[in-house]
Design a protein around this ligand. Structure first.
Ligand SMILES: Cc1cc2nc3c(=O)[nH]c(=O)nc-3n(C[C@H](O)[C@H](O)[C@H](O)COP(=O)(O)O)c2cc1C
Length: 300
């Protein structure tokens, strides 16, 4: 039987499929449910130092090729989340997604969770919250955030980027130089929808982030380019919805995969289904383990 576990940054994931930040995982009980449903590791909803209310509704709209959301990073704050977490124990790696408006926001928030999570994913890329996405407009700001966090915690730190603004390879290199253990690619892409009968934007915030099938080839291209240019593991994210799309991301160079929008359509047993299908694929294609598949599209 092919080995389906994945080792990244010193952590063992029981399979490569993790929930993408923000779709589920807003509470520890929903994370527990994802664990029960077979996720390989867990990612929380993005948390900030202080609670944030987010935007007024409508905050999400379905379009023909995915979803556009402008939730505005609503969350109870990292201290409250920590309180909730203390009642739970997880058997698989738990990654806290963290965002802030300054480097010290990030490092304070990560420190509050230091003894209770296994790794961090720094959200430097939410397209509908400018204070957050502007942090990845300059290499120096990325370096400041990532190094302040990596200097103050001794857990793996992944940096999550979108393709907006600065070239994603440049962003990733800045994060790598500052000590990041991996790159998550990609966050959503700025988009909007208009309600014809009302003659106005559907989302209250007008502009949101596009996710789902529409962004899959863009995310795949990002992972492919990143694999050539950075030497730390890549977590692929964006429109993954089937075994075939998952295998494409692994072949492009992703070591782990985050799945988001598809969770709104499929039953949660998608984690088990994808894992079973990947196991079958590896066996049939003669790959001993998942890592043997990582980056094969780049050739020898
Ligand atoms: C409703 C919704 C909420 C999201 N919230 C977050 C979030 O809190 N933090 C974050 O880093 N990304 C967030 N994202 C982006 C996803 O984690 C992911 O990067 C993106 O949706 C692409 O993956 P997908 O096409 O599989 O959905 C959110 C996406 C959606 C659709």
């Amino acid at each position: 039987m092919s080995n389906i576990t994945v080792n990244v940054a010193g952590l063992t994931f029981r399979n490569p499929f993790l929930p993408a930040a923000g779709i589920l995982g807003s509470t520890p009980s929903s994370l527990k449910r994802l664990e029960r449903e077979g996720a390989g590791g867990l990612v929380t909803k993005s948390l900030s130092l202080h609670p944030r209310a987010g935007y007024k509704g409508p905050v999400i709209v379905e379009v023909e090729c995915g979803f556009i959301n402008a939730i505005g990073l609503a969350n109870p704050g990292v201290t409250k989340f920590r309180e909730w977490l203390t009642e739970y124990k997880f058997e698989i790696p738990l990654i806290a997604s963290i965002y802030g408006y300054t480097a010290s926001d990030f490092s304070e928030a990560t420190n509050i969770l230091a003894d209770i999570v296994d790794a961090y994913e720094l959200n430097l890329s939410c397209p509908s919250v400018t204070e957050v996405s502007s942090l990845s407009e300059e290499r120096e700001k990325i370096a400041e955030v990532v190094s302040q966090v990596t200097d103050s915690v001794d857990k793996p730190v992944f940096a999550k980027f979108s393709i907006e603004g600065l070239n994603i390879v440049e962003k990733a290199k800045a994060a790598e130089r500052a000590g990041a253990s991996g790159i998550v690619a990609i966050n959503t892409i700025k988009a909007m929808e208009i309600d014809v009968s009302l003659a106005k934007p559907v989302l209250k915030n007008e502009i949101g982030g596009l996710s789902g099938p529409a962004i899959r080839p863009i995310a795949l291209r990002s992972v492919y380019e990143l694999y050539r240019e950075v030497n730390i593991p890549i977590i692929g994210c964006g429109g993954i919805s089937s075994l075939e799309s998952a295998v494409k991301f692994l072949m492009a160079g992703a070591s782990l995969l985050e799945i988001g929008s598809i969770l709104a359509r499929e039953k949660l047993n998608i984690f088990r289904k994808l894992t079973r299908e990947l196991q079958f694929f590896l066996r049939e294609s003669g790959y001993k383990n998942v890592s043997k598949l990582v980056g094969v599209a780049h050739g020898a």
